[in-house]
Write a protein that binds this ligand. Structure first.
Ligand SMILES: Cc1cc2nc3c(=O)[nH]c(=O)nc-3n(C[C@H](O)[C@H](O)[C@H](O)COP(=O)(O)OP(=O)(O)OC[C@H]3O[C@@H](n4cnc5c(N)ncnc54)[C@H](O)[C@@H]3O)c2cc1C
Length: 463
Protein backbone atom coordinates (compact mmCIF):
# COMPACT_ATOMS: atom_id res chain seq x y z
CA UNK A 1 0.00 0.00 0.00
CA UNK A 2 1.22 3.43 -0.86
CA UNK A 3 1.58 6.01 1.88
CA UNK A 4 -0.97 7.94 -0.14
CA UNK A 5 -3.75 5.69 1.10
CA UNK A 6 -3.54 7.39 4.46
CA UNK A 7 -6.13 10.12 4.60
CA UNK A 8 -4.94 13.50 5.84
CA UNK A 9 -7.06 15.03 8.55
CA UNK A 10 -8.33 18.34 7.19
CA UNK A 11 -7.55 21.04 9.68
CA UNK A 12 -5.77 18.52 11.83
CA UNK A 13 -2.24 19.78 11.31
CA UNK A 14 -2.14 22.65 13.71
CA UNK A 15 1.54 23.11 13.05
CA UNK A 16 1.01 24.09 9.38
CA UNK A 17 -0.73 27.19 7.99
CA UNK A 18 -2.48 25.10 5.32
CA UNK A 19 -3.44 21.47 4.73
CA UNK A 20 -2.75 22.03 1.03
CA UNK A 21 -0.90 24.84 -0.67
CA UNK A 22 -1.07 25.06 -4.47
CA UNK A 23 1.43 26.91 -6.64
CA UNK A 24 -0.29 28.08 -9.83
CA UNK A 25 -3.98 28.94 -10.32
CA UNK A 26 -4.49 27.39 -13.75
CA UNK A 27 -6.66 24.44 -14.83
CA UNK A 28 -5.01 21.87 -12.56
CA UNK A 29 -4.30 24.09 -9.56
CA UNK A 30 -7.79 25.59 -9.23
CA UNK A 31 -9.52 22.22 -9.71
CA UNK A 32 -7.40 20.60 -7.01
CA UNK A 33 -7.74 23.52 -4.59
CA UNK A 34 -11.53 23.62 -4.87
CA UNK A 35 -12.00 19.85 -4.57
CA UNK A 36 -9.69 19.70 -1.51
CA UNK A 37 -11.54 22.64 0.09
CA UNK A 38 -14.87 20.85 -0.52
CA UNK A 39 -13.54 18.07 1.71
CA UNK A 40 -12.83 20.61 4.43
CA UNK A 41 -9.11 21.07 3.85
CA UNK A 42 -7.62 24.49 4.53
CA UNK A 43 -6.24 25.51 1.15
CA UNK A 44 -4.05 28.35 -0.11
CA UNK A 45 -3.07 29.07 -3.72
CA UNK A 46 -0.35 31.28 -5.21
CA UNK A 47 -0.66 33.01 -8.58
CA UNK A 48 1.31 35.93 -9.99
CA UNK A 49 -0.75 36.33 -13.14
CA UNK A 50 -4.45 36.33 -14.02
CA UNK A 51 -6.53 33.46 -12.65
CA UNK A 52 -7.30 30.51 -14.91
CA UNK A 53 -3.85 29.81 -16.35
CA UNK A 54 -3.00 29.05 -19.96
CA UNK A 55 -6.36 27.60 -20.95
CA UNK A 56 -8.43 30.61 -19.93
CA UNK A 57 -5.99 33.42 -20.72
CA UNK A 58 -3.96 32.27 -23.73
CA UNK A 59 -5.14 28.81 -24.74
CA UNK A 60 -8.37 26.87 -25.20
CA UNK A 61 -10.84 29.67 -24.45
CA UNK A 62 -9.64 32.67 -26.50
CA UNK A 63 -8.58 30.27 -29.23
CA UNK A 64 -12.02 28.65 -29.52
CA UNK A 65 -13.68 32.07 -29.58
CA UNK A 66 -11.40 33.01 -32.48
CA UNK A 67 -12.27 29.72 -34.21
CA UNK A 68 -15.93 30.75 -34.04
CA UNK A 69 -15.06 34.21 -35.38
CA UNK A 70 -13.20 32.64 -38.30
CA UNK A 71 -16.18 30.56 -39.47
CA UNK A 72 -18.50 33.43 -40.44
CA UNK A 73 -17.19 34.10 -43.97
CA UNK A 74 -17.89 30.46 -44.88
CA UNK A 75 -21.38 30.69 -43.40
CA UNK A 76 -22.12 33.87 -45.36
CA UNK A 77 -20.99 32.13 -48.53
CA UNK A 78 -22.91 28.91 -47.84
CA UNK A 79 -26.06 30.89 -47.10
CA UNK A 80 -26.36 31.89 -50.74
CA UNK A 81 -26.85 28.25 -51.73
CA UNK A 82 -29.84 28.26 -49.40
CA UNK A 83 -31.37 31.31 -51.07
CA UNK A 84 -29.93 34.14 -48.99
CA UNK A 85 -28.71 37.22 -50.77
CA UNK A 86 -24.94 37.80 -50.65
CA UNK A 87 -23.69 39.12 -47.32
CA UNK A 88 -21.24 41.96 -47.45
CA UNK A 89 -19.30 42.00 -44.24
CA UNK A 90 -15.80 42.64 -43.06
CA UNK A 91 -13.93 41.87 -39.88
CA UNK A 92 -13.14 44.60 -37.38
CA UNK A 93 -10.09 42.88 -35.90
CA UNK A 94 -9.78 45.22 -32.95
CA UNK A 95 -13.43 44.74 -32.04
CA UNK A 96 -13.05 40.95 -32.24
CA UNK A 97 -9.84 40.89 -30.14
CA UNK A 98 -11.42 43.23 -27.56
CA UNK A 99 -14.53 41.05 -27.31
CA UNK A 100 -12.39 37.92 -26.86
CA UNK A 101 -10.25 39.55 -24.18
CA UNK A 102 -13.30 40.92 -22.36
CA UNK A 103 -14.69 37.40 -22.15
CA UNK A 104 -11.38 36.25 -20.68
CA UNK A 105 -11.58 39.02 -18.07
CA UNK A 106 -15.14 37.94 -17.22
CA UNK A 107 -13.86 34.40 -16.67
CA UNK A 108 -11.01 35.66 -14.46
CA UNK A 109 -13.68 37.19 -12.23
CA UNK A 110 -15.68 33.96 -12.15
CA UNK A 111 -12.57 32.08 -11.01
CA UNK A 112 -12.02 34.64 -8.26
CA UNK A 113 -15.62 34.13 -7.08
CA UNK A 114 -15.22 30.36 -7.16
CA UNK A 115 -12.09 30.53 -5.01
CA UNK A 116 -13.79 32.91 -2.57
CA UNK A 117 -16.84 30.64 -2.33
CA UNK A 118 -14.67 27.59 -1.69
CA UNK A 119 -12.75 29.57 0.97
CA UNK A 120 -9.46 29.02 -0.85
CA UNK A 121 -7.06 31.80 0.08
CA UNK A 122 -5.36 33.45 -2.89
CA UNK A 123 -1.83 34.74 -2.35
CA UNK A 124 -0.84 37.00 -5.22
CA UNK A 125 2.77 36.58 -6.22
CA UNK A 126 5.41 34.15 -7.36
CA UNK A 127 5.58 31.02 -5.19
CA UNK A 128 8.93 29.46 -4.37
CA UNK A 129 10.02 26.55 -2.17
CA UNK A 130 12.01 27.23 0.98
CA UNK A 131 11.81 23.58 2.01
CA UNK A 132 9.48 20.59 1.58
CA UNK A 133 6.73 22.23 3.67
CA UNK A 134 7.48 25.94 3.26
CA UNK A 135 6.73 28.34 0.44
CA UNK A 136 7.50 31.99 0.08
CA UNK A 137 5.07 34.10 -1.95
CA UNK A 138 6.31 37.65 -2.32
CA UNK A 139 6.87 38.90 1.22
CA UNK A 140 4.85 36.17 2.84
CA UNK A 141 6.13 32.79 4.03
CA UNK A 142 3.61 30.00 4.57
CA UNK A 143 3.79 26.35 5.57
CA UNK A 144 1.64 23.46 4.40
CA UNK A 145 1.26 19.77 5.09
CA UNK A 146 0.99 19.05 1.35
CA UNK A 147 2.13 21.20 -1.54
CA UNK A 148 0.95 20.93 -5.14
CA UNK A 149 3.00 22.23 -8.04
CA UNK A 150 0.64 23.21 -10.88
CA UNK A 151 2.75 25.84 -12.61
CA UNK A 152 2.05 24.87 -16.24
CA UNK A 153 4.43 25.75 -19.07
CA UNK A 154 5.38 28.51 -21.47
CA UNK A 155 6.28 28.72 -25.16
CA UNK A 156 9.99 28.80 -25.95
CA UNK A 157 11.68 30.38 -28.91
CA UNK A 158 14.12 28.20 -30.83
CA UNK A 159 17.58 29.48 -31.55
CA UNK A 160 17.02 30.91 -35.04
CA UNK A 161 18.69 33.98 -36.52
CA UNK A 162 16.32 36.93 -36.04
CA UNK A 163 13.98 35.04 -33.70
CA UNK A 164 13.30 38.30 -31.84
CA UNK A 165 11.07 39.27 -34.78
CA UNK A 166 8.81 36.25 -34.18
CA UNK A 167 5.86 36.19 -31.83
CA UNK A 168 4.47 33.20 -29.91
CA UNK A 169 0.92 31.88 -29.66
CA UNK A 170 0.52 34.00 -26.49
CA UNK A 171 0.96 37.19 -28.54
CA UNK A 172 -1.57 36.32 -31.26
CA UNK A 173 -4.37 37.14 -28.82
CA UNK A 174 -3.05 40.68 -28.48
CA UNK A 175 -2.16 41.62 -32.07
CA UNK A 176 -3.28 45.20 -32.65
CA UNK A 177 -4.01 44.63 -36.33
CA UNK A 178 -4.88 41.66 -38.46
CA UNK A 179 -1.79 40.52 -40.35
CA UNK A 180 -2.35 40.50 -44.11
CA UNK A 181 0.27 37.78 -44.53
CA UNK A 182 1.52 35.47 -41.84
CA UNK A 183 3.89 32.54 -41.39
CA UNK A 184 3.02 30.01 -38.73
CA UNK A 185 5.76 27.67 -37.66
CA UNK A 186 4.73 24.24 -36.41
CA UNK A 187 2.52 21.43 -37.64
CA UNK A 188 1.05 20.40 -34.28
CA UNK A 189 -2.56 20.97 -33.33
CA UNK A 190 -1.99 24.51 -32.07
CA UNK A 191 -0.11 25.59 -35.22
CA UNK A 192 -2.72 24.03 -37.48
CA UNK A 193 -5.56 25.63 -35.52
CA UNK A 194 -4.03 29.09 -35.75
CA UNK A 195 -3.34 28.62 -39.46
CA UNK A 196 -7.05 27.92 -39.98
CA UNK A 197 -8.22 30.74 -37.70
CA UNK A 198 -6.15 33.37 -39.49
CA UNK A 199 -6.93 31.95 -42.92
CA UNK A 200 -10.65 31.95 -42.15
CA UNK A 201 -10.42 35.60 -41.17
CA UNK A 202 -8.77 36.45 -44.47
CA UNK A 203 -5.06 36.45 -43.68
CA UNK A 204 -2.79 34.87 -46.28
CA UNK A 205 -1.25 32.00 -44.28
CA UNK A 206 1.90 29.98 -44.88
CA UNK A 207 2.49 27.15 -42.43
CA UNK A 208 5.98 25.73 -42.19
CA UNK A 209 6.24 22.18 -40.87
CA UNK A 210 9.12 19.79 -40.31
CA UNK A 211 7.39 16.57 -41.35
CA UNK A 212 5.70 15.63 -44.58
CA UNK A 213 2.23 16.13 -43.08
CA UNK A 214 0.66 18.13 -40.25
CA UNK A 215 -0.45 16.61 -36.92
CA UNK A 216 2.21 14.00 -36.26
CA UNK A 217 0.98 11.35 -33.82
CA UNK A 218 -2.66 11.45 -34.95
CA UNK A 219 -4.31 8.81 -37.15
CA UNK A 220 -2.88 8.95 -40.66
CA UNK A 221 -6.24 9.23 -42.47
CA UNK A 222 -7.20 12.10 -40.19
CA UNK A 223 -3.90 13.84 -40.90
CA UNK A 224 -4.23 13.45 -44.66
CA UNK A 225 -7.81 14.66 -44.65
CA UNK A 226 -7.10 17.85 -42.70
CA UNK A 227 -3.84 18.55 -44.53
CA UNK A 228 -5.61 18.39 -47.89
CA UNK A 229 -8.61 20.36 -46.70
CA UNK A 230 -6.41 23.12 -45.30
CA UNK A 231 -4.69 23.31 -48.68
CA UNK A 232 -8.10 23.51 -50.41
CA UNK A 233 -9.01 26.37 -48.11
CA UNK A 234 -6.00 28.31 -49.35
CA UNK A 235 -3.37 27.68 -46.67
CA UNK A 236 0.08 27.14 -48.13
CA UNK A 237 1.80 24.38 -46.21
CA UNK A 238 5.55 24.11 -46.76
CA UNK A 239 6.47 20.63 -45.55
CA UNK A 240 9.77 18.89 -44.75
CA UNK A 241 11.18 22.29 -43.99
CA UNK A 242 12.54 24.41 -41.24
CA UNK A 243 12.84 28.08 -40.59
CA UNK A 244 16.46 29.18 -40.71
CA UNK A 245 16.39 32.98 -40.55
CA UNK A 246 14.07 35.89 -39.97
CA UNK A 247 14.88 39.43 -41.11
CA UNK A 248 12.89 42.59 -40.80
CA UNK A 249 12.99 45.40 -43.34
CA UNK A 250 10.70 47.97 -44.94
CA UNK A 251 8.89 45.27 -46.99
CA UNK A 252 7.97 43.28 -43.91
CA UNK A 253 9.35 40.23 -42.19
CA UNK A 254 11.46 38.02 -44.47
CA UNK A 255 11.37 34.38 -43.49
CA UNK A 256 13.91 31.99 -44.97
CA UNK A 257 12.84 28.37 -45.07
CA UNK A 258 15.09 25.44 -45.90
CA UNK A 259 13.67 22.25 -47.41
CA UNK A 260 15.02 18.71 -47.19
CA UNK A 261 16.85 19.06 -50.53
CA UNK A 262 18.74 22.05 -49.08
CA UNK A 263 16.57 24.28 -51.26
CA UNK A 264 15.84 27.66 -49.77
CA UNK A 265 12.72 29.75 -50.10
CA UNK A 266 11.96 33.24 -48.81
CA UNK A 267 8.49 34.27 -47.77
CA UNK A 268 7.70 37.92 -46.99
CA UNK A 269 4.97 38.47 -44.43
CA UNK A 270 3.75 40.89 -41.75
CA UNK A 271 3.92 38.54 -38.79
CA UNK A 272 5.79 35.32 -38.01
CA UNK A 273 4.40 33.23 -35.20
CA UNK A 274 5.72 30.20 -33.48
CA UNK A 275 2.90 27.90 -32.43
CA UNK A 276 3.92 25.69 -29.58
CA UNK A 277 6.96 24.42 -31.50
CA UNK A 278 8.35 24.10 -28.04
CA UNK A 279 6.80 24.52 -24.63
CA UNK A 280 8.73 24.17 -21.42
CA UNK A 281 7.45 23.53 -17.90
CA UNK A 282 7.65 26.60 -15.61
CA UNK A 283 9.97 24.86 -13.20
CA UNK A 284 12.85 27.34 -13.16
CA UNK A 285 13.13 29.69 -10.22
CA UNK A 286 10.77 27.55 -8.13
CA UNK A 287 13.33 26.75 -5.43
CA UNK A 288 13.11 23.04 -6.29
CA UNK A 289 16.76 22.69 -5.25
CA UNK A 290 15.52 23.12 -1.67
CA UNK A 291 13.47 19.92 -2.03
CA UNK A 292 14.02 16.34 -3.24
CA UNK A 293 11.72 16.89 -6.26
CA UNK A 294 13.25 15.36 -9.39
CA UNK A 295 12.98 16.73 -12.91
CA UNK A 296 13.48 15.24 -16.34
CA UNK A 297 14.10 17.77 -19.14
CA UNK A 298 12.59 20.43 -16.91
CA UNK A 299 9.39 18.41 -16.33
CA UNK A 300 8.55 17.31 -12.81
CA UNK A 301 8.76 13.55 -12.34
CA UNK A 302 5.71 12.07 -10.60
CA UNK A 303 4.25 8.62 -9.93
CA UNK A 304 0.72 7.66 -10.95
CA UNK A 305 -0.63 9.35 -7.79
CA UNK A 306 1.02 12.63 -8.93
CA UNK A 307 3.52 12.36 -6.07
CA UNK A 308 7.07 13.65 -6.59
CA UNK A 309 10.25 12.22 -5.07
CA UNK A 310 9.54 14.46 -2.05
CA UNK A 311 6.79 12.89 0.04
CA UNK A 312 4.85 16.08 0.81
CA UNK A 313 5.01 17.50 -2.74
CA UNK A 314 2.79 16.66 -5.73
CA UNK A 315 2.55 17.94 -9.30
CA UNK A 316 -0.20 17.91 -11.94
CA UNK A 317 -0.77 19.27 -15.44
CA UNK A 318 1.60 20.66 -18.03
CA UNK A 319 4.52 21.00 -15.58
CA UNK A 320 4.79 17.19 -15.66
CA UNK A 321 4.75 17.33 -19.49
CA UNK A 322 2.70 14.17 -19.81
CA UNK A 323 -0.48 14.87 -21.79
CA UNK A 324 -0.84 18.62 -22.00
CA UNK A 325 -4.58 19.14 -22.04
CA UNK A 326 -6.84 21.02 -19.66
CA UNK A 327 -9.14 18.10 -18.77
CA UNK A 328 -6.06 16.00 -18.00
CA UNK A 329 -4.70 18.61 -15.55
CA UNK A 330 -8.16 18.86 -13.96
CA UNK A 331 -8.64 15.10 -13.67
CA UNK A 332 -5.17 14.55 -12.22
CA UNK A 333 -5.86 17.29 -9.68
CA UNK A 334 -9.29 16.00 -8.65
CA UNK A 335 -7.97 12.45 -8.29
CA UNK A 336 -5.24 13.81 -6.04
CA UNK A 337 -7.68 15.80 -3.86
CA UNK A 338 -9.94 12.73 -3.58
CA UNK A 339 -6.95 10.65 -2.51
CA UNK A 340 -5.44 13.09 -0.03
CA UNK A 341 -8.58 14.57 1.52
CA UNK A 342 -11.61 12.60 0.34
CA UNK A 343 -10.72 9.13 1.54
CA UNK A 344 -11.02 7.80 -2.04
CA UNK A 345 -7.66 6.61 -3.23
CA UNK A 346 -7.58 6.98 -6.99
CA UNK A 347 -5.43 8.05 -9.90
CA UNK A 348 -6.15 9.30 -13.39
CA UNK A 349 -6.63 6.81 -16.20
CA UNK A 350 -4.79 7.87 -19.35
CA UNK A 351 -6.48 5.36 -21.62
CA UNK A 352 -8.86 6.61 -24.29
CA UNK A 353 -8.52 10.34 -23.68
CA UNK A 354 -10.59 12.03 -26.37
CA UNK A 355 -9.19 15.15 -27.94
CA UNK A 356 -10.09 17.61 -30.67
CA UNK A 357 -8.31 19.65 -33.28
CA UNK A 358 -10.23 22.86 -33.93
CA UNK A 359 -9.04 23.29 -37.49
CA UNK A 360 -11.38 23.97 -40.42
CA UNK A 361 -12.56 21.26 -40.93
CA UNK A 362 -12.60 20.23 -37.31
CA UNK A 363 -11.35 16.83 -36.19
CA UNK A 364 -11.59 14.72 -33.07
CA UNK A 365 -10.32 11.40 -31.93
CA UNK A 366 -10.43 8.84 -29.14
CA UNK A 367 -8.43 5.66 -28.59
CA UNK A 368 -5.84 4.05 -30.78
CA UNK A 369 -4.82 5.23 -34.23
CA UNK A 370 -4.82 2.57 -36.95
CA UNK A 371 -1.01 2.37 -36.78
CA UNK A 372 -0.98 1.96 -32.98
CA UNK A 373 -3.68 -0.71 -33.18
CA UNK A 374 -1.80 -2.66 -35.88
CA UNK A 375 1.34 -2.58 -33.79
CA UNK A 376 -0.54 -3.99 -30.81
CA UNK A 377 -3.07 -6.32 -32.41
CA UNK A 378 -1.54 -7.03 -35.84
CA UNK A 379 -3.83 -8.61 -38.44
CA UNK A 380 -6.76 -8.76 -36.03
CA UNK A 381 -7.35 -5.06 -36.69
CA UNK A 382 -10.23 -4.22 -38.96
CA UNK A 383 -10.87 -0.70 -40.24
CA UNK A 384 -14.29 0.72 -41.00
CA UNK A 385 -14.11 3.95 -42.87
CA UNK A 386 -16.50 6.30 -44.58
CA UNK A 387 -15.97 9.52 -46.48
CA UNK A 388 -18.88 11.53 -47.79
CA UNK A 389 -20.18 14.99 -48.53
CA UNK A 390 -22.44 15.97 -45.63
CA UNK A 391 -25.96 17.13 -46.49
CA UNK A 392 -25.23 20.73 -45.44
CA UNK A 393 -22.70 21.17 -48.24
CA UNK A 394 -25.01 19.94 -51.02
CA UNK A 395 -27.00 23.17 -51.31
CA UNK A 396 -23.95 25.21 -50.33
CA UNK A 397 -22.35 23.69 -53.43
CA UNK A 398 -19.09 22.81 -51.71
CA UNK A 399 -17.06 19.65 -52.01
CA UNK A 400 -16.09 19.57 -48.33
CA UNK A 401 -15.86 15.98 -47.08
CA UNK A 402 -16.47 14.33 -43.74
CA UNK A 403 -14.35 11.31 -42.81
CA UNK A 404 -15.15 8.81 -40.08
CA UNK A 405 -13.18 5.81 -39.05
CA UNK A 406 -13.49 3.00 -36.53
CA UNK A 407 -10.54 0.83 -35.53
CA UNK A 408 -11.78 -2.57 -34.34
CA UNK A 409 -10.08 -5.63 -32.82
CA UNK A 410 -11.71 -8.55 -34.62
CA UNK A 411 -10.76 -11.02 -31.89
CA UNK A 412 -12.84 -9.26 -29.25
CA UNK A 413 -14.97 -7.06 -31.56
CA UNK A 414 -13.92 -4.13 -29.32
CA UNK A 415 -13.76 -0.65 -30.81
CA UNK A 416 -10.19 0.46 -30.14
CA UNK A 417 -10.37 3.89 -31.73
CA UNK A 418 -12.74 6.36 -33.37
CA UNK A 419 -11.60 9.23 -35.55
CA UNK A 420 -13.51 11.92 -37.35
CA UNK A 421 -12.85 14.92 -39.57
CA UNK A 422 -15.79 17.18 -40.29
CA UNK A 423 -18.27 19.63 -38.80
CA UNK A 424 -18.96 19.08 -35.07
CA UNK A 425 -16.39 16.27 -34.76
CA UNK A 426 -15.52 17.29 -31.22
CA UNK A 427 -19.16 17.33 -30.10
CA UNK A 428 -19.76 13.93 -31.72
CA UNK A 429 -16.59 12.17 -30.55
CA UNK A 430 -17.24 13.18 -26.92
CA UNK A 431 -20.27 10.86 -26.93
CA UNK A 432 -18.49 8.11 -28.84
CA UNK A 433 -15.69 8.33 -26.26
CA UNK A 434 -18.04 7.15 -23.50
CA UNK A 435 -18.74 3.99 -25.49
CA UNK A 436 -15.05 3.41 -26.27
CA UNK A 437 -14.07 4.01 -22.64
CA UNK A 438 -16.71 1.47 -21.57
CA UNK A 439 -15.22 -1.11 -23.93
CA UNK A 440 -18.07 -1.11 -26.46
CA UNK A 441 -17.93 -3.61 -29.30
CA UNK A 442 -18.66 -2.99 -32.96
CA UNK A 443 -21.84 -5.03 -32.39
CA UNK A 444 -22.86 -2.53 -29.67
CA UNK A 445 -22.33 0.31 -32.14
CA UNK A 446 -24.37 -1.56 -34.78
CA UNK A 447 -27.19 -2.21 -32.30
CA UNK A 448 -27.51 1.53 -31.67
CA UNK A 449 -30.17 3.33 -33.68
CA UNK A 450 -28.91 6.29 -35.65
CA UNK A 451 -30.30 9.80 -35.44
CA UNK A 452 -31.45 10.71 -38.92
CA UNK A 453 -30.46 12.77 -40.80
CA UNK A 454 -27.07 13.47 -39.23
CA UNK A 455 -23.45 12.82 -39.99
CA UNK A 456 -23.04 11.18 -36.59
CA UNK A 457 -25.37 8.32 -37.53
CA UNK A 458 -22.62 6.97 -39.79
CA UNK A 459 -20.79 5.85 -36.65
CA UNK A 460 -23.54 3.27 -36.03
CA UNK A 461 -24.13 2.23 -39.63
CA UNK A 462 -20.62 1.57 -40.94
CA UNK A 463 -20.16 -1.81 -42.60
C1 LIG B 1 -2.66 28.05 -27.74
C2 LIG B 1 -3.08 26.93 -26.87
C3 LIG B 1 -4.28 26.29 -27.10
C4 LIG B 1 -4.70 25.24 -26.29
N1 LIG B 1 -5.89 24.62 -26.57
C5 LIG B 1 -6.32 23.61 -25.80
C6 LIG B 1 -7.58 22.99 -26.04
O1 LIG B 1 -8.30 23.34 -26.99
N2 LIG B 1 -7.97 21.99 -25.22
C7 LIG B 1 -7.21 21.58 -24.17
O2 LIG B 1 -7.63 20.68 -23.44
N3 LIG B 1 -6.00 22.14 -23.92
C8 LIG B 1 -5.55 23.15 -24.70
N4 LIG B 1 -4.34 23.74 -24.43
C9 LIG B 1 -3.52 23.21 -23.33
C10 LIG B 1 -4.01 23.73 -21.97
O3 LIG B 1 -4.08 25.13 -21.99
C11 LIG B 1 -3.05 23.27 -20.86
O4 LIG B 1 -2.88 21.89 -20.95
C12 LIG B 1 -3.58 23.62 -19.47
O5 LIG B 1 -3.80 24.99 -19.32
C13 LIG B 1 -2.60 23.12 -18.39
O6 LIG B 1 -3.06 23.46 -17.12
P1 LIG B 1 -2.04 23.59 -15.91
O7 LIG B 1 -2.88 23.78 -14.70
O8 LIG B 1 -1.07 22.49 -15.94
O9 LIG B 1 -1.20 24.90 -16.22
P2 LIG B 1 -1.65 26.39 -16.56
O10 LIG B 1 -3.08 26.45 -16.97
O11 LIG B 1 -0.63 26.93 -17.49
O12 LIG B 1 -1.55 27.15 -15.16
C14 LIG B 1 -0.34 27.35 -14.51
C15 LIG B 1 -0.44 28.64 -13.70
O13 LIG B 1 0.65 28.70 -12.79
C16 LIG B 1 1.10 30.03 -12.70
N5 LIG B 1 2.47 29.99 -12.18
C17 LIG B 1 3.58 29.50 -12.78
N6 LIG B 1 4.64 29.56 -11.94
C18 LIG B 1 4.19 30.10 -10.79
C19 LIG B 1 4.81 30.42 -9.54
N7 LIG B 1 6.08 30.12 -9.32
N8 LIG B 1 4.05 31.01 -8.58
C20 LIG B 1 2.74 31.30 -8.78
N9 LIG B 1 2.10 30.98 -9.94
C21 LIG B 1 2.82 30.40 -10.92
C22 LIG B 1 0.97 30.55 -14.11
O14 LIG B 1 0.91 31.96 -14.14
C23 LIG B 1 -0.35 29.90 -14.54
O15 LIG B 1 -1.46 30.72 -14.26
C24 LIG B 1 -3.89 24.80 -25.22
C25 LIG B 1 -2.67 25.44 -24.97
C26 LIG B 1 -2.27 26.49 -25.77
C27 LIG B 1 -0.95 27.17 -25.48
Amino acid sequence: MSRLYKKSQPGGHMSYDFDLFVIGAGSGGIATARRAAEYGAKVGIAEFDRLGGTCVNRGCVPKKLMVYASHFPDLFEDAQGYGWSPVKSSLDWEKMITAVNNEVIRLNGIYQNMLDKSKVELLEGHGKFVDAHTIVVGERQVTADKILIAVGGHPIKPNILGIEHAITSDDIFHLKEQPKRMVILGGGYIGSEFACILNGMGTEVTQVIRGDKILRGFDDDLRTEIHQAMGNHGIKIINNSELIAIEKDSEGVKVTVRGSAESEETVVVDVVSLAAVGRKPNTQNLGLENTKVKRHDGAIVVDKYSQTAEESIYAVGDCTDNINLTPVAINEGRALADTLFGGKSRFMSYENIPTAIFTTPEAATVGLTEAEAREKYGDAVKIYRTRFRPMYYTLAGKDEKTMMKLVVDQNTDKVLGAHMVGTSSAEIIQGVAIAVKMGATKANFDATVGIHPTSAEEFVTMR
